[in-house]
Design a protein around this ligand. Structure first.
Ligand code: ADP
Ligand code: MG
Length: 696
């Protein structure tokens, strides 16, 4: 956010009409200094620009603004109520306004005063009435000069003990008095080229727009500023990397990749081929790679990681892959080592569950460079883990890690390693750009050949037995099934299904089948065994919590039941469902939920209808907003005060391109016309922050 210059840093309590007490209340809204008011943006606007006479009242759906003279007034006493009634007239027709239990109004609204009221008008015989309208007594009949009527009026977020009028008044005063003192940080040439308004116009019109057209212009400018500062920061950080990289460039190894892919029992999808190619090109450059491979669940990201790891090993470097859960890390270890060992690559595993002695052995082998590819969990980023020559760090399901965890793995070597992030949680492009403004992205949109769509159905409780029979048939044909529950233990209060009781009931109902259970409270060895049994088809039904959410790959499992499906968010449902539909057989996902909450119904219906992770991500963004999706703060997304991730993609891309251009021209922001920008960046981001980074 671009702050006006420092003389706006005066405490608000010294503003006329504020004082220490009011200042306390304003603080709750984040209003500390005068300058903060500029960024305290209205929540919405009311169009009160048309001021009508009583005869003009249209009795419309919307509220109307009426100016008239007080003809008579009086307090009426009703059981439990004081009603203050005012009769307004324009000489032809009358408007009755009434307020309940506000006895002080009789002192504020005097006979013959000119009054402006704003409210919803209703018919009262030939005349009109308004209950509890907003009002103002006009001193000199100067409608145009008033802040609250006769214009498009801002409506601000409020807190207790603070009226809309008071905040609006304050905003008006601050902008009138201090607007002139704000400095516009954008170079004039840039504003001209992009047709952006200057910042004084933007602030004035975001609060008190002359027209909705001006409001749009003002908003566009402020959204641009917000993204522009962020993108500048990213560009500057990019430069810093370039300055400090040692050469990690890779040369040979493409023939080994070819050998690997030819050894697979399937041919690569176009998406996989392109992603591998992108990665190889990146790693051949002397700059460290920063690439995100984004591919829907089941799109085959593991093979891409295998190729990248092989490539680094072929070039004499070590590679590491980190996964968010032990179940997944072990699965990766199993799959990757069976792909890479035949190619002569030594692989090692490092996870929390290792015996201390075994752990020590692996760590020593890593330092000596005897293990070429390490696969593991968070254990890989513990302080005492060191590599001899780390060339590539892969973070699978990267959205499960925080910013610093993602960064930590690549810093395990001497030089800045190449970084490959993989995610199955589809990220809308706006978010990807903001979150990962400095990442290159490869998107894998195609699914491996022969995949069948997944039939998704929200079913009612009466259908339960029918679904069970259907599932039993599938199992009879040799398939397997998952049953997912939102919690380990059920809660009576909310009647949420717990995995333990569900396991019990499935064991009973499916007594002729092998039923397994998996949840986070089991010991690591038990978890491994449960997973292995399922993989080996020793168990046919696996009752589980969301521990299976990420990455687990058992292509023979073709049915899933999700209990209390309304307990899960869209993205999570999609992840869960991604556990089926991984082989050549038709797959099914049944949702049980008794919910009738409109938001939940909306979510589940959307989920039933959508299969593409990208569509789901867009819907999710619309339903929840960007911050929620990624847990914004923790993940280093800038706090957006005006820009909207879902709506402002065009401005974001513009800001990104302009930031690149500006830094290309003047990397140190040394030119006079960039001085104001430099100051903002310095104030807003201290150097440490610049280094640790918005993104690893
Ligand atoms: P992701 O991690 O993207 O969710 P995986 O890498 O776990 O997906 O792959 C899912 C399944 O698809 C695995 O069993 C894998 O062997 C298989 N697979 C990967 N690529 C292909 C392909 N091109 N054709 C057929 N099957 C594939
Ligand atoms: Mg995966």
């Amino acid at each position: 956010m671009i702050k006006p210059s420092v003389n706006l840093s005066t405490s608000l309590q010294y503003m006329k009409g504020v004082g220490p007490q009011r200042h306390q209340i304003l603080r709750r809204l984040g209003l500390e200094a005068v300058g903060d008011v500029f960024y305290f943006f209205p929540r919405r606007y009311e169009n009160r620009s048309q001021v009508k006479t009583v005869s003009d009242i249209a009795f419309a759906e919307e509220k109307e603004c009426v100016k008239a003279q007080v003809q008579s007034r009086g307090m009426i006493r009703r059981p439990g109520n004081w009603i203050f009634r005012v009769v307004l007239s324009d000489g032809k027709k009358m408007l009755f306004a009434a307020w309940f239990n506000q006895p002080w109004l009789s002192k504020a609204i005097l006979p013959h005063a000119t009054l402006i009221v704003y409210g919803k008008a209703e018919k009262e015989g030939r005349h009109a009435q308004m209950i509890h309208p907003e009002y103002e007594v006009l001193e000199n009949d100067a409608v145009s000069q008033t802040v609250h009527f006769g214009r498009i009026v801002p409506v601000y977020p409020l807190t207790e003990d603070l009226s809309q009028k008071a905040v609006r008044q304050l905003a008006w005063r601050v902008i009138e008095e201090f607007g002139i003192r704000t400095t516009d940080p954008l170079p004039a040439s840039l504003k001209k080229r992009l047709d952006l308004k200057d910042s004084r116009f933007a602030f004035k019109n975001i609060h008190f727009p002359e027209s909705f057209h001006d409001l749009d212009k003002a908003r566009r400018r402020l959204v641009f500023d917000e993204f522009f500062i962020f993108e500048l920061l990213i560009q500057i950080r990019r430069r810093q990397w370039r300055g400090r990289v040692e050469s990690l460039s890779h040369r040979d190894g493409e023939s080994q990749i070819k050998e690997l892919t030819e050894s697979l029992e399937f041919s690569l999808t176009r998406g996989q081929e392109t992603a591998i190619d992108d990665i190889v090109q990146d790693m051949k450059k002397p700059l460290p790679m920063r690439r995100l491979v984004q591919g829907d669940v089941g799109s085959g990201k593991t093979v891409v990681a295998a190729a990248a790891l092989l490539f680094t090993a072929s070039n004499g470097f070590q590679g590491a892959l980190m996964a968010p859960t032990e179940v997944l890390a072990q699965q990766h270890y199993f799959n990757l080592s069976s792909l890479l060992r035949p190619m002569g690559i030594s692989c090692g595993y490092l996870g929390q569950s290792l015996e201390p002695r075994e752990k020590k052995r692996v760590m020593e082998a890593l330092i000596r460079g005897e293990i070429q590819v390490a696969i593991g969990t968070h254990a890989l980023i513990q302080k005492d883990v060191r590599f001899k020559k780390l060339g590539l760090a892969v973070v699978d399901e990267q959205h499960k890690f925080g910013v610093f965890q993602r960064a930590a793995l690549k810093d395990k070597g001497e030089a800045d390693a190449h970084l490959l992030l993989m995610t199955a949680t589809p990220i809308p492009r706006t978010l990807a750009l903001t979150l990962y403004g400095d990442l290159d992205i490869s998107v894998m949109t195609d699914r491996p050949a022969g995949r069948q769509p997944i039939q998704t159905l929200w079913v009612t409780e009466e259908k339960r037995m029918e679904i069970y029979r259907f599932m039993d048939d599938l199992i009879g044909q040799g398939r397997q099934a998952y049953v997912v529950c939102p919690a380990i233990e059920g809660r009576d209060m909310t009647s949420v299904k717990g995995v333990l009781s569900v396991f019990e009931s499935f064991s009973r109902i499916f007594s002729h089948r092998q039923v397994g259970v998996l949840h986070g409270r089991m010991k690591s060895v038990e978890k491994q065994k449960a997973m292995r049994d399922f993989k080996d088809r020793k168990t046919e039904i696996l009752v589980s919590t969301v521990v299976i959410e990420v990455g687990v790959d058992v292509p023979n499992a073709t049915a899933m039941i999700i209990e209390d499906a309304d307990r899960f968010g869209l993205a999570q449902l999609h992840q869960l469902r991604g556990r089926v539909g991984r082989g050549g057989n038709e797959s099914f996902c049944f949702l049980f939920s008794k919910t009738d909450m409109p938001e939940s119904v909306d979510r589940l219906r959307a989920f039933e209808a959508m299969e593409s992770g990208f569509d789901i991500a867009e819907k999710d963004l619309a339903l929840r907003g960007a911050g929620e999706i990624v847990g914004a703060r923790q993940h280093g997304v800038p706090e957006l005060r005006i820009a909207d991730m879902a709506k402002d993609l065009e401005v974001l891309e513009l800001a990104k391109a302009e930031a690149e251009r500006l830094i290309e021209k003047d990397a140190g922001l040394r030119m006079a016309e960039h001085r104001a920008l430099r100051k903002i960046l310095n104030e807003k981001f201290n150097l440490n922050e610049l280094k640790a980074g918005v993104i690893a």
